[in-house]
Every structure is written in C-alpha cells, then in structure tokens.
Design a protein around this ligand. Structure first.
Ligand SMILES: Cc1cc2nc3c(=O)[nH]c(=O)nc-3n(C[C@H](O)[C@H](O)[C@H](O)COP(=O)(O)OP(=O)(O)OC[C@H]3O[C@@H](n4cnc5c(N)ncnc54)[C@H](O)[C@@H]3O)c2cc1C
Length: 380
C-alpha cells in the first residue's frame, strides 16, 4: 500500500453566488480531523474499498500528527493517561510510561498515517460545511486550502479547540493570571504562587496534585462535590456511563464527556492527596475580585493564579451552516449519524468521545456511509 500512485480526485468547475468556483475537488467522503476518531474512520474507509485521495480525504488543522494529544502538557506522561486504546490495525507497543504522552502518541499516530498511507492534509482549517451549489445532494467543505465537494462527511474534530471557560462576576478585574487546562504549562511555573484550581474532573485533580508541591498555597473549588469511584473500572460500569451520554445526544442535548460521567478513580495518588489535604474541596465562589475570589458569606481567598480546569465542548462551529443543532444546543445523533442529515456523521462526539469509543464509532460511521453511497444518487 505504501508508495502506491493514486489518481488525483476529479476537479470540477462550479458556480455559486460569488461567481465561478475554480478547482473544486470532488470526493465521496471528507474526514475532518486526524485524531483517534478521524484516523480510525480513515482506516475503516480504506478497508471498505475507499481509496485515499481519490475517494476520500482527511483534513486537519494541527501542525503535526497526534490529534489533540500533541498539545497536552509535558507532565502528562504516557503512564498518567487513563487508558489509551490503540488505533485499529496497529498496536502501540513498548511505549515508555515516563515520556510525555504528546510525544509517544504523536509518534505513534505519525507511524500509523505512514503505515496506512492516509495522506492527511495539514495544516488545513475547515471553516464551514454547507449545502453544495448543485442539485446533486453534495456538501461543500470550505477550507483554508480551497474547497471540497463531498457526498458524505465524517466530522471528527474533538473538543480541544473549544475550551469551556465559565464566566463569573468580576472576572475581568482579577489582577493575577487566569488560564485554562488547554494552556496548562506544567507545575513549575506556579512555584511560590497562590493558585486556585476550578473544576472537579480528572484534569483539575491532576493539576492540583502536580502544583501543590511547588505552590505557596492551593485552593480547590468545584461546582458539585467530586465523585470518587472505588473499585475497578468494569466493562459494565463503562457501558452504563456511555449509555448516559448516549441518551443526552439522542435528546439533542450537548454531550457530557464520558470521562466526566465515570467519576474519579480512587487510586493511591488520589488517596494520598486526600489524606494530605491537597484535595480539600470548597464549593464554587460567587465572585472574583482584583486579589482573589469571594463567597456570598464574606469568606475570601487571595490568589495569584486561577486555573480553570472546566472542560471542553464539541468543536463543531464549522457545521453551523447545516443547522444541525437542536433547541437544546446539541446535535441529535443516532449511532454516529446526524438525525437531521444522514450525510453527516459525528465520530468522537458524545458517547464515542474516548479512544475506544472513537475506534468503534469510526467503523460504524463507515458502514453507514457505504450503505448510503451504494444507494441510487437520487435516494441520497
Ligand atoms: C486532558 C485529556 C486527557 C484525556 N485522556 C484520555 C485517556 O486517557 N483515555 C481516553 O480514552 N480518552 C482520553 N481523553 C479523551 C480524548 O480526548 C479522546 O478519547 C480522544 O483522544 C479524542 O480523539 P478525537 O479524534 O475525537 O479528537 P482530537 O484528538 O481532539 O482530534 C481532533 C482533530 O481535529 C482537528 N480539528 C478540529 N477542528 C478542526 C477544523 N475546523 N478543521 C480542521 N481540523 C480540525 C484537530 O486539529 C485535531 O487534530 C482525554 C481528554 C483530555 C482533554
């Protein structure tokens, strides 16, 4: 497969309201995103007979292979990730748990793209997906590197590009530094500082446990009391968590991350941090002041840094012209297919937003798309 010379995708001229669209490239499937979800989809497309570059393309706006992993902070070593499932068709073996996951997984994804000759286009930013100009039921994918016309779309854009940053009164008056998990540089930068960490998920607890030995003082605030989970992560428990998220997207609500639903595993490090008082949680503050935060009852904590470990939302703004969103704010999906538009599949969205979920969803999206495209064009 490596080195095979492929015919380029057909180029057509098409007209829209702005005039003649030069060099519009046509494929059957555009995959947006080359993280776990996009690469797994590309693998299954290829196995099902779609040829990269001729029948499908993968577009990604990040500079290097690795999906969002390439941006994760250096202290998130491979040994600290919750459990990374290998991509389909190629194991990730002998990885050094002490190396940053950004490097380990970046190298693994790069090797995967080479091994299966997936020819990912990068950096290519997809700016909008809209109805095509013609009557042939095609979608138009507008990018920083020209436009594509496609019969089906796999959206695998993850969440990293949409950090969720809640707003609190007085936030703009804070004289210290505010940053989000997406900008977390590792613990050393917080040496000698008073740090407030907001958020009761996996990132919040990991940041706290890392920063505490360096910082002058840490404070942990969360909206709800954190849920610690005793015992092993069984398959049945995982299935229940996925079912909860699945039900949300079926109702058209914004999905919660699977990891947020599973709770925090009570491992030795967390037990120790609880015993040491590092994970001593306070309820959410009511306002931010120039010097720190305040609660309604008058209590206050002064701080140099507020670190928002408040999660991410689905990065799907480029799909807005398709009007897929429900009044609840989410996109209703059945399996991976957008209920409002069977040409569009969301992989790595909602219940499939985990490495294992993305693998499975990639396979199921491709099966569905194959069926759709095998129908008469009129039916599509
Ligand atoms: C800190 C953290 C730790 C995690 N740890 C684990 C773990 O241990 N185990 C686990 O199973 N899951 C973990 N997850 C969840 C994890 O993110 C998913 O499991 C999985 O890696 C996401 O894959 P993805 O392909 O959906 O998204 P991503 O890896 O984010 O890939 C999306 C790709 O789409 C590209 N993209 C986005 N928008 C556009 C656009 N408009 N145009 C072009 N390209 C675009 C991005 O550049 C990116 O390469 C973690 C998440 C976080 C935030």
């Amino acid at each position: 497969m490596v080195g095979k010379i492929l015919a380029p995708p057909p180029v057509s001229r098409s007209v829209n309201e702005t005039g003649v669209r030069e060099g519009l490239r046509e494929v059957d499937v555009v995959v947006i995103g080359a993280g776990q979800a996009g690469l797994s989809s590309a693998y299954h497309l290829q196995r099902t007979g779609f040829v990269p570059e001729r029948d499908f393309v993968v577009l990604d706006h990040a500079p290097h292979p690795g999906g969002a992993w390439q941006f994760r902070w250096p202290s998130l070593t491979y040994g600290k990730v919750h459990g990374m499932h290998a991509l389909p068709g190629m194991e990730l073996t002998d990885a050094d748990p002490a190396r940053p996951s950004a490097q380990v997984i970046g190298e693994y994804f790069a090797a995967y793209e080479r091994a299966f000759d997936l020819k990912v286009h990068r950096p290519v930013d997809v700016r909008a997906v809209r109805e095509g100009d013609g009557e042939d039921g095609r979608l138009l994918v507008e990018t920083s590197d020209g436009d594509w016309s496609t019969r089906a779309l796999i959206n695998a854009t993850g969440t990293w590009d949409r950090p969720f940053w809640p707003r609190y009164p007085g936030q703009e008056t804070f004289r210290g530094r505010q940053l989000h998990t997406a900008q977390y540089p590792g613990p050393e930068e917080f040496a000698g500082l008073r740090v407030i960490v907001v958020g009761g998920g996996a990132s919040g607890t990991q940041h706290l446990m890392e920063i505490a030995p360096y910082a002058a003082e840490t404070t942990w605030v969360t909206r709800r009391p954190p849920v610690f989970r005793e015992g092993p992560f069984t398959e049945e428990f995982g299935r229940e968590a996925v079912a909860l998220v699945e039900e949300r997207v079926r109702q058209g609500l914004p999905p919660k991350s699977v990891v947020s639903v599973t709770g925090l595993p009570l491992n030795d490090a967390i037990r120790q941090a609880l015993a040491d008082g590092v994970l001593d949680r306070r309820p959410m503050f009511d306002r931010i002041t120039p010097d720190g935060v305040e609660w309604a009852d008058g209590q206050r904590v002064d701080a140099d840094v507020i670190l928002w470990a408040t999660g991410f939302r689905a990065a799907i703004d480029h799909l807005a012209p398709l009007r897929l969103r429900e009044p609840g704010g989410g996109i209703r999906v059945e399996g991976t297919r957008a209920v409002a538009d069977p040409r569009v599949h969301l992989v790595g969205y909602g219940p499939s937003a985990s490495t294992i979920g993305a693998n499975r969803a990639g396979r199921s999206a491709v099966r569905d798309i194959r069926r759709l495209l095998d129908q008469e064009p009129a039916a599509v």
